[in-house]
Write a protein that binds this ligand. Structure first.
Ligand SMILES: Nc1ncnc2c1ncn2[C@@H]1O[C@H](COP(=O)(O)OP(=O)(O)O)[C@@H](O)[C@H]1O
Ligand SMILES: [Mg+2]
Length: 362
């Protein structure tokens, strides 16, 4: 069989640019070279796209805005991406692995571009990506689907006069979590108990987002489950995140990234098989409710009384050395290379299905 070309798109205009490069290096290494010929496309911090070499992927900590800048050609049958200066096509692309985290990468924007170009891509489509990135909208859909999640209030920036500590405390109790709903990596999230902390937290969240989410506090273990599939959906064994030390009262940005001893992951999590199966079942229901395809990681809280409360869904989980998603699959007996091949195959399968849909009514 001829090799298929798999393009890895990485970098991006986001705070997770560097994480994306680390994920891209791993995916590049793990691709099955018997089946795929990899191609590297990097998005610089200014948003421009460049064709990169293996050496550049390995050496650049931040994508350097130099080399062959690319242009996209919607509607083209094969040569959909070309080099700007020479106008030369970079060749046929069979599938893309977009590993650009955060805004512009996993919110449906990049998925929309790839859909417009009619290129198969890994991970949820436009709707699944957009639903998962917005925690406020995601929670409304979970509630409507009968999936337990924390009680919450949400406001637009323009509704600021309706936000009050007294009201939030009466409805949701204390402490409260205040979040910018469209961000990740715990950026802009605060856990508050007093009126002044509350006001500062609202300011902080609204400096990152045009909406703010206020949630009740859920006391429980933080459990994560990797989910894969389009029509036939499977869940991995579950893992646990344990936040360590008195400085961290939740899995904050510091506990995740800046304090090397701030947290540990336990894979697989210590748990009886019935509870684990209940979590996997809820993870699959959540994945389907939020229109996910390809892959996603579903994060839940497990309370002492056994209740499972969904926290959030990550439609483009990390693939770095310490990332949960690939490690959970390894615990389930799926190697890194098998996982990448499976994800690329799912992307191609969905694109073929999409192209079978009627586009005219004659
Ligand atoms: N309602 C909540 N109850 C208890 N802890 C929470 C709640 N919401 C968030 N947290 C804590 O904050 C962390 C980050 O919040 P999360 O919603 O997962 O945002 P992010 O997308 O930035 O990871 C969680 O891992 C958890 O430790
Ligand atoms: Mg989270």
């Amino acid at each position: 069989m001829p090799l298929k070309t798999a393009a890895i798109i990485y970098g991006g205009k986001s705070t997770e640019h560097e994480i994306s490069i680390r994920s891209a290096r791993n995916i590049f290494k793990a691709i099955d070279y018997q089946q795929y010929n990899p191609l590297l496309i990097a998005i610089a911090k200014d948003g421009k796209w460049y064709l990169k070499t293996k050496q550049e992927l390995e050496s650049e900590v931040v994508v350097q805005p130099n080399g062959n800048q690319l242009v996209l050609i919607p509607g083209a049958s094969a040569d959909k991406i070309s080099i700007l200066v020479t106008n030369k096509s970079i060749g046929r692309i069979d599938v893309v692995f977009p590993i650009v985290h955060g805004t512009g990468g996993e919110d449906g924007s990049l998925q929309g571009i790839l859909k417009t170009l009619n290129i198969a891509f890994v991970g949820p489509g436009i709707i699944g990506s957009a639903l998962c990135i917005d925690k406020d909208v995601a929670k409304r859909i979970l509630t409507e689907s009968g999936i337990a999640n924390s009680k919450f209030l949400s406001f637009r920036k323009s509704e600021r006069d309706q936000i009050s500590y007294e009201k939030a405390q009466t409805i949701l109790g204390l402490p409260l979590y205040i979040k910018p709903p469209n961000l990740g990596s715990s950026v802009g999230i605060s856990k508050v108990t007093t009126k002044s902390e509350f006001s500062n937290a609202i300011e902080l969240a609204l400096s990152f987002d045009r909406k703010v989410l206020i949630e009740e506090n859920i006391v429980g273990r933080e459990i994560e489950c990797a989910v894969i599939g389009n029509n036939d959906v499977h869940a991995s064994p579950v893992g646990e995140v344990v936040t360590i030390g008195e400085n961290h009262t939740f899995y904050s940005y510091e506990a995740k990234y800046t304090d090397a001893n701030g947290s540990v992951t336990v894979i697989p999590a210590e748990m009886d098989s019935t509870t684990q199966d209940r979590i996997r079942d809820i993870a699959i229901k959540t994945y389907k409710a939020l229109n996910c395809e390809g892959m996603a990681r579903v994060d839940v809280f497990l309370k002492d009384n056994g209740d499972i409360i969904v926290n959030e869904v990550n439609s483009l989980p990390g693939f770095t050395d310490i990332s949960m998603y690939p490690q959970l699959w390894e615990a389930g007996g799926v190697s890194y290379t098998e996982l990448i091949s499976k994800l690329l195959a799912l992307a191609i399968e969905r694109n073929i299905e999409d192209n079978k849909m009627l586009t005219s009514i004659e």
